[in-house]
Design a protein around this ligand. Sequence first.
Ligand code: ACM
Length: 565
Amino acid sequence: MTDMTDVMDLIPAPRSVERVPPGPACDSLDAQTQLDPQTGTEYVARWLRTTVGAATGLPLPDGNDDDNRIVLSIDAGLAPEEYRLVVDGYARRIEGGSAAGVFWGAQTLRQLLGPEAFRRAPLTPGRVWTLPLITIRDTPRFAWRGLMLDVARHFMPKDGVLRYLDLLAAHKLNVFHLHLTDDQGWRIEIKRHPKLTEVGAWRSRTKWGHRASPLWTGTPHGGYYTQDDIREIVAYAAERHITVVPEIDIPGHSQAAIVAYPDLGNTDVVDTAALSVWDTWGVNPNVLAPSDHTLRFYEDVFEEVLALFPSPFIHIGGDECPKDQWKASPAAQARIRELGLADEDELQSWFIRHFDRWLAGRGRRLIGWDEILEGGYLEGGQEGRGLASGAAVSSWRGYAGGIAAAEAGHDVVMCPEQQVYLDHRQAGGEDEPMPIGYVRTLEDVYRFEPVPPGLSAQAAGHILGTQANVWTEVMENQSRVDYQTFPRLAAFAEVAWSVLPAPAERDFAAFETRMATHYARLDALGVEYRPPGGPLPWQRRPGPEGIDGINAVLGRPIEGAPPIV
Ligand code: ACM
């Protein structure tokens, strides 16, 4: 590690890097190198010892040997996530505005040690680990740098979730939005309503590919996190300065819950007892009944959720709730009249607002997809009817919902599907696996701008940050999630953390150069990213022979099955 090019391979790019003094000098870590954590940084020291220590084979014991230590400390003069990393030949220091800043500095230190520092054991015992003599000053652009993972469509077992938390941390992302419930599965144990997981956590078969595909896998699919699993996930995230934001989707995307407890549905228009956990994709008509019973049931659910997740924000979904059943349901229509509402959109708004107030009363903030703006309650203009001022919006159907919410004074997380839905394909080639959606390349993600032009300065201040969303309809396992998520999450991380020029002026070529080193880091971490040259043979779209293979496994050939689309 000798020249500036290596140093500049940091991803996300830091605010400022200075070599001190100029020249090729470097410092080396050895078996005697100590960690000297000052008050409040003990967990960062633990992370360095267990993670970087495992990769390097260096024991990194606690100690304060002036000549050979890494000092970790908090400098209250820095912003909470800001850090300063100094290696000057006399000392090695990581100072942060809080333990979070120190932790992001420790992540930078790992990148400076080289890709081998991302492995779990040293390749060459006794090798010399060097650091450039350097001062890095760095702080994130956005406070919310998120990834949403949909574990409802395809479940990711707990170990995979913990691994993803490590991958987020390696990219200085700090919000993990966990999409826990949907039509296709309920993934969190709720003690008061055990059938949510006994019944709702599995389905007997699954659509293979896009919903237009004629193919199914006949393997039952499911799984859920026990409350202890959730506690472990939340604690593991907290040690990495990541907040886990749980999503319990209401009043749409609720078929799994309705199957577990049929009286949650609109029983006067559909025989909810005859439904099963959904096995295909799309927008589902079976939505929650707007009854007191449903409200009480979900209050029970949210009470347990609040006890598990310390996150200030609780996501209530709110997206894609078709109103057909409410239109047809005498009970829903009576509810509309009783509440003096104009229509079903206002009923949706009433539903969301109930939980908005309920959460606010418990010191939490509601966040929902931009449909929560429907029903005319954005401005709070009608006395007592608006969303609480603390309510926030995940703007997914483009920028418009986010702009409207920000201009009305609500906080916003920008995650427009046109830019940062990572289920969408990464290239136009025929061999992209399960190529749904439109093409969004690594470069497209690199040129994504979370703050749309034309926002007033005040509204721009309401853009909390940005989030990439990983919906898993066509990602049946961790390998597929890796392929869709990487390398694009590296570009996204730079958009979320670094201060970049306007999209057209961003130096994608320079980013690609740094990616060469970053691919080596991802290799060391075991990430099955999409290689720049396209999918590896085993990552390719199943061809006709693939379909035959699937059919052979299922033992029920599908006559004349067309290619998967
Ligand atoms: C969404 O993609 N339905 C939030």
